[in-house]
Design a protein around this ligand. Sequence first.
Ligand SMILES: [Zn+2]
Length: 400
Amino acid sequence: MLSMKKPAMLSLYAALTITFIRELKEYSIFSLCKWWIVSLTNSLLSNGLNGKKRRPFNWPRIFSFMDDLISFIETINKEKWKSEEVSLETGKLLYKNTPGFIEYIPHHSDSALIMAISVGIHGNETAPIEIVWDIIQKIKSQRILPKIRILFIFGHPQAMLAGKRFLGFNLNRLFSGNHKNFKEYLESERAQEIEEGLTRFFSEANESSSRWHLDLHTAIRGSHHQRFAVRPYYGRDLDVDQTELQICAAMGVEAILKTISPATTFAGFSATHLKAKSFTVELGSVAPFGKNDLSCFAMAKNTIIHILKTGLIHELPQETKPLVYDVKKELINDHDDYEFYIADDYLNFTPLTQGQAIEKNKEGILEAKKNQSIVFPNPHVPQGQRTGLLVQPQGHIPDC
Ligand SMILES: [Zn+2]
């Protein structure tokens, strides 16, 4: 150690200290100490005590947060998944029969709230998976003592392991029974399994309980509003209510997209079929496991932890004042000569210019009206599927 060159040692310690401070916000002291020892030992064993390069040293997987998570994801299938109950002082953690479903039930609760949080419905949207995994570890070690029944759902494990959005068909278009129409894809079976698992979870709740479902995603495309939520259709036109605004504001959501027709998304299923208050929440950008800037997701994580600890929504800190957008039209690739004119580098919610051509559908060229914008533009879909949503903030009257 003493013979290691001084500048090399200084830069090693400087790099470790900077990373240590960055990680401080996200991890417990225990994890940090463990991480510090592992990092330092890895460096010394890889570089040698005197600075000479040696072969890379791989520390046992057990010590890494990320490797633990990957190992867990590898168990989410019918062959490896084992249902079990972990008894804790204030409740129990259940690994349910449905692979990838983990539920916490407190021994005592006076909260009317019951919540499901799903992640990884798109496999490459990893930040919410990391957040939820960390929260589960904290529940297990009793650093978080939830006051409510909560279900965590890890959506598409095969796609997570492959680092892909999906493998055969977009899982988030197969809910509300649409999986029956696409039985040839592996996502079809998973969609059905998830629907049944979530239905069981909510059916075990008291009729008067307040049901919530947050389906957490990250977006492929950049957005004019960094964080936004899609609020599904509840079977009738309902205004976004105060608790919905509060939960979104606490997560730092800048825009709420209020949809006007039933959707085959997961959040659409829980809203329409299970009477849950439900959101698809887009929290930031897609990145591989371990490459997420978790500070961008801290508000969402803190919101979930706050709800778990208090069982309340109305006391949440209000970080933003979300704008509510109405969907004016679902854009559909509706015929052989369909054309879509939105640029590939368009950011979600960027206002279009009045008269700007959006698409050529069966009826002709659709042009933008004042203050309108597009969300989820994607022309590369089979005929019959959605190429985007045409939206407009509430309070803006379109010029005809
Ligand atoms: Zn997604």
